[in-house]
Design a protein around this ligand. Structure first.
Ligand SMILES: Nc1ncnc2c1ncn2[C@@H]1O[C@H](COP(=O)(O)OP(=O)(O)OP(=O)(O)O)[C@@H](O)[C@H]1O
Ligand SMILES: [Mg+2]
Length: 314
């Protein structure tokens, strides 16, 4: 019988000295990060714009191309990637070299708070802070995120996607842990409401010197699952305006496709399965960009390469 421990109690072969543990964890973080190829933050600042759905579909699309992919659900309060990658019931194994991530579709490795729920057979549990004062909660969150990065046996990865929860402070927290973050994808819908928030996030990642920053426009138009007709969804052209104002490229425009939402929420993100449709094409475009060797992005702002004809979008 396994003895249950709370997540905070897990320690690996260091003494109980706090400083020693912290230093050891910092070393482990550096060692782990050296093994995970390209860390891609999927963020926005704004809630409900489709960050998690984009993360899940991008993960399977990358894996379908043969890449080794990990997904870290940094949303501790509203985790969704366990469900979106169909592993909520998988449970986690705690090995000497770290917690083994659950394996989702196409071998995508997933770590999410959803996997640390209080279940009878859970080898690890997350104990929420008793106090809900902001300071305490945010330091607990920072700690949990560090553990997700440092104490998970990710193994060798080509890409580690991090689903960053809403709030610009969450982006800042990730940047503190991963100051050399190579890629940030900022998801936005065309709604004007997203624009101001996403602009703040853009400023933040730029100030942090993230070398590759790009926009992903989500829900740009409505894609009818029955007849394939594409109609307008939001008034306004918030993402193009964002691109113009910030000079950032739009890597893809993902239409609103009810099948995409339904299948993703059911744990089978469809982007990698469906051939030749606007959703799969949008994700293939992001994959192609990520596969390009790193370097300055010279694309003219606001013109997604090879994307839908601007004439056809509202
Ligand atoms: N392009 C799309 N077409 C259809 N459904 C979508 C699309 N993008 C997202 N959805 C669905 O919309 C809902 C909200 O998306 P999601 O949870 O990914 O947003 P989020 O930005 O991660 O939200 P939060 O800020 O709460 O974390 C989900 O049910 C998701 O499957
Ligand atoms: Mg989310």
């Amino acid at each position: 019988m396994r003895k249950f421990r709370t997540y905070g109690e897990v320690e690996h072969s260091t003494g109980s000295e706090l400083l020693e543990q912290v230093l050891d964890q910092r070393d482990r973080l550096a060692r782990r990060l050296a093994e995970v190829g390209t860390i891609v933050a999927v963020a926005s600042g704004k809630g409900g714009v489709g960050k998690s759905a984009v993360t899940a579909n991008l993960a399977v699309s990358l894996a379908a191309r043969g890449h080794r992919v990990g997904v870290l659900d940094a949303d501790l309060n509203g985790p969704s990637l366990g469900r979106m990658l169909g592993v909520v019931d998988a449970g986690l194994e705690d090995r000497a070299d770290g917690v083994v991530p659950a394996e989702g579709p196409r071998g995508v490795r997933v770590i999410s708070m959803e996997l640390l729920q209080d279940r009878e057979d859970a080898p690890l549990r997350w104990k929420e802070p008793n106090s809900d004062t902001f300071l305490w909660q945010s330091s607990m969150e920072a700690m949990a995120l560090r553990e997700f990065l440092a104490d998970v046996a990710w193994g060798k990865l080509d890409y580690l996607l991090v689903d960053v929860p809403p709030g610009t402070d969450k982006i800042r927290r990730l940047l503190e842990l991963v100051p050399t973050l190579p890629v940030a994808l900022l998801v936005s819908t065309p709604a004007e409401m997203s624009r101001a928030v996403v602009l703040r996030s853009i400023r933040l990642v730029r100030e942090a010197g993230v070398p590759s920053v790009a926009l992903v426009a989500n829900m740009t138009e409505y894609l009818c699952p029955d007849c394939g007709h594409r109609g307008s969804l939001f008034r306004g052209d918030g993402v193009r305006r964002l691109a113009e104002e910030s000079g950032l490229p739009i890597w893809a425009e993902v239409p609103f496709d009810p099948r995409l939402g339904e299948a993703t929420d059911r744990g089978v993100p469809p982007a990698a399965e469906q051939a030749a449709n606007p959703v799969a094409e949008a994700f293939a475009r992001i994959v192609a960009r990520l596969e390009e060797p790193p370097g300055p992005d010279h694309e003219a702002p606001g013109s997604p390469s090879g994307s839908a004809d601007p004439e056809t979008s509202s």
